[in-house]
Write a protein that binds this ligand. Structure first.
Ligand code: NAD
Length: 428
């Protein structure tokens, strides 16, 4: 479960400070990049179905837009905090820079639990979020997208509200729209597939055949599912997945030593990525405590749920067999755990590189929306593969050349690009 003392922003700043030292950044550039350029916090009054008004707190943080309009998702989560949104917006800046797309970093959120909201209440909440921000977001300023517990339907309500306010169609306002309503084919698969494109390249470099590997995955949402789908297609087998049960707010693992059947598990999963324990047990899955995913005797670990999941406390329990950790989630590993992983020579593909497939496809969606010309799915996924592979290779080559931990190499490339854009604009 989430550790309340954990501060994602402090972690993002610590990671940045480490790179700022390495790059010997000047004081002004450091100050500019270790904090968000702009942040908005606001209240959203929502008329509930029973006639009462409930007030929610919303956020939008625009960390940096030197390389292009801000880009980043919106989370609906009961434990959302401004510091989490700050960290995520900062990671978005590095993510767009490392895959070299012309966008900056933003992130948004609302403190709420969508499980306890009806569809109409969720719609009013989405529209209220946009009403508070209509003047400071837009296709040329800041482009939102779905994230944890938000969907293409939420994006469409937000787009509709924005267009009603502005009195015209702005399909480039938001990404993750439904296909047929300006969405891009391949967006649903993009993040999970991107995770596996980078994993495939890493295994190639390490001289390991994917078909000889097994993996354990934390999470069973959008990222995890499509990562599992493509990993299976390249020959890998997942033996353990975990998810959070919304009823008791506890996480569980589902283990099948011969390999999970993705479609079979999807049939018994709710729309928030929670797997039905009783039915899974009936299908022969072992039900284990939530932390068990990290201790499995596997070659590959794929954290794809939330931040702060691999820590100094549980990293020593990672099996000796693990060769690669590929981070599907944002910020799943703390800096202390990074050190343990580095010392143990486990190859890590860092979050803002591994999970950049989502934002890359969102960028493709914007290009399609703005030109009103839509591509076939194969074209989208083919372009995504090219972008992810070349970003991965640039990072791994730098890591080899300078003997850097992969996260540091990715940071060096990203921070350099953003610092240069700030300099070129005459900001610092
Ligand atoms: P999602 O809401 O679709 O799924 C989240 C999954 O994690 C669910 O299966 C949930 O049950 C599980 N989960 C939640 N808490 C857990 C816990 N404590 N232990 C085990 N499982 C738990 O979310 P998603 O879109 O798959 O995003 C997952 C992560 O990937 C997040 O960190 C998100 O920021 C990041 N990410 C998502 C995208 C994207 O395109 N969806 C892009 C980049 C990064």
């Amino acid at each position: 479960m989430a550790d309340k003392s954990f501060n994602a922003f402090a972690m993002a700043q610590a990671q940045f400070d480490n790179i700022a030292d390495l790059l010997e950044l000047d004081t002004a550039t450091r100050e500019l990049l270790r904090n968000p350029l702009r942040e908005y916090t606001f209240l959203i009054p929502v008329r509930m179905d029973d006639g009462r008004v409930k007030v929610f707190r919303g956020f939008r943080v625009q960390h940096n837009d030197a390389r292009g309009p801000g880009k980043g998702g919106i989370r609906f989560h009961p434990a959302e905090t401004i510091d989490t949104v700050r960290a995520l917006s900062m990671w978005m800046t590095w993510k767009c820079a490392v895959v070299d797309i012309p966008l900056g970093g933003s992130k948004g959120g609302v403190i709420c639990d969508p499980h306890n909201l009806s569809v109409h209440e969720q719609e009013r909440l989405c529209r209220g979020w946009v009403r508070q921000l209509a003047q400071v977001i837009g296709p040329l300023r800041d482009v939102p997208a779905p994230d944890v517990m938000t969907s293409s339907q939420h994006m469409l309500w937000m787009l509709d509200e924005y267009e009603a306010i502005r009195g015209a169609r702005f399909p480039g306002l938001i990404t993750g729209k439904p296909v047929g309503m300006g969405g891009s084919l391949g967006r649903t698969e993009a993040t999970g597939f991107g995770v596996v494109f980078t994993l495939r390249e890493a295994l190639k470099e390490l001289g390991i055949r994917p078909g000889d590997t097994i993996a354990s995955v934390q999470g069973f949402g959008n990222v995890a599912r499509y990562a599992i789908r493509l990993y299976n297609q390249i020959g890998g087998k997942v033996i353990c997945v975990s998810c959070c049960d919304q009823k008791d707010e506890t996480s569980y693992c589902f283990r099948q030593k011969d390999g999970i059947d993705l479609d079979e598990l999807l049939d018994i999963t709710d729309r928030f990525g929670g797997i039905d324990k009783q039915k899974a047990s009936g299908l022969g899955y072992e039900i284990l405590p939530g932390e068990a995913w990290i201790e499995q005797d596997v070659d590959i670990l794929i954290p794809a749920a939330l931040e702060n999941q691999i820590t100094a406390e549980n990293a020593p329990r990672i099996s000796k067999r693990v060769k690669v950790i590929v981070e599907g989630a944002n910020g799943p590993t703390t800096p202390e755990a990074d050190r343990i992983i580095d010392e143990r020579n486990i190859f890590l593909i860092p979050d803002f590189l591994a999970n950049a497939g989502g934002v890359t496809c969102s960028y493709f969606e914007q290009v399609q929306s703005n030109t009103n010309l839509y591509w076939e799915k194969d074209e989208v996924l083919g372009k995504l593969d090219v972008k992810m592979t070349s970003a991965y290779l640039a990072v791994s080559q730098l890591a080899h050349r300078k003997k850097l931990f992969m996260r540091d190499a990715a940071y060096v490339i990203a921070v350099n690009r953003v610092a240069q854009a700030c300099k070129d604009r005459g900001w610092v």
